[in-house]
Design a protein around this ligand. Structure first.
Ligand SMILES: [Zn+2]
Length: 251
């Protein structure tokens, strides 16, 4: 179900055990070859596919397109909430659904920069409502739910999410090829972090002059279709688990 298409009595009639998905993404530079709305378009397509499988068992909020994208602000077109404003916005969205009685809320993320503030938002809501024992508050990136796309299609070279990379370029090629620029001219940008496993703070221009991180040149629309299938199946599996949760236990 799409919240945006429902009237309030229809929302009121839903079981309060219905999982609610808040999809969060971004509007930010995606190299010289992909549109700035890439993350929002990709999670929108993954949700569209998941909703077809789940029908009226899950409520999907509209994609929240404004994200935490300060690290991309050196590139024109990027828009970003400041981190504290973003945390507060997510806290409000989660608490709005709690006000309406819902107890199973999944923030599904389509942009890496949202991970830290997104998890912080869940932390703050949980501590504020610490007396409750009926809440299931979850956060995950859609590409981090367990499946390994390269095991499904060995021609997929990338093993983790980059930025305007093989994965994202492939998915936009499958979804909206008319929006893809000359990705064959994009030089490969090493996605590794030399101080790994230590976290080093970064801005995108520290790592990439063109704005992408990864190797867009090996992207294909066929890989994109595989990635959509793998990631949307993972999202469906996650939401089936949320539906099966008994309503109180940790496990
Ligand atoms: Zn992206």
């Amino acid at each position: 179900m799409q919240l945006a298409e429902m009237n309030w009595p229809a929302v009121a009639a839903l079981s309060k055990k219905t999982p609610v998905v808040i999809p969060v993404a971004a509007l930010e530079q995606h190299g010289q070859h992909l549109p700035v709305f890439t993350d929002s378009m990709l999670i929108g397509e993954i949700i569209r596919r998941a909703e077809q499988a789940l029908k009226d068992r899950v409520l999907f909020a509209p994609v929240m397109w404004l994200g935490n994208s300060g690290h991309h602000l050196d590139f024109p077109g990027t828009m970003s909430a400041s981190p504290r404003a973003y945390i507060d916005l997510l806290v409000d969205m989660i608490e709005n659904f709690m006000t309406h009685g819902f107890t199973r809320i999944v923030v599904l993320n389509g942009h890496g920069g949202n991970t830290v503030p997104g998890q912080q938002a869940l932390f703050e809501v949980r501590q504020k409502h610490r007396h409750r024992d009926d809440l299931l508050l979850l956060f995950s990136c859609y590409w981090a739910l367990g499946s390994q796309p390269h095991q499904v299609d060995p021609s997929i070279e990338q093993h983790g999410m980059g930025h305007a990379c093989e994965w994202e370029t492939s998915m936009i090629l499958a979804l909206a090829p008319q929006l893809v620029g000359d990705y064959k001219k994009a030089a490969a940008v090493d996605p590794s972090q030399p101080f790994d496993p230590v976290h080093r703070a970064w801005t995108t221009k520290d790592r990439s002059a063109a704005g992408h991180i990864g190797n867009p040149r090996v992207a294909t629309a066929a890989k994109g279709e595989t990635l959509f299938k793998v990631f949307s199946a993972d999202v469906v599996n996650l939401l089936e688990r949320v539906i099966r949760w008994d309503g109180s236990r940790w496990g």
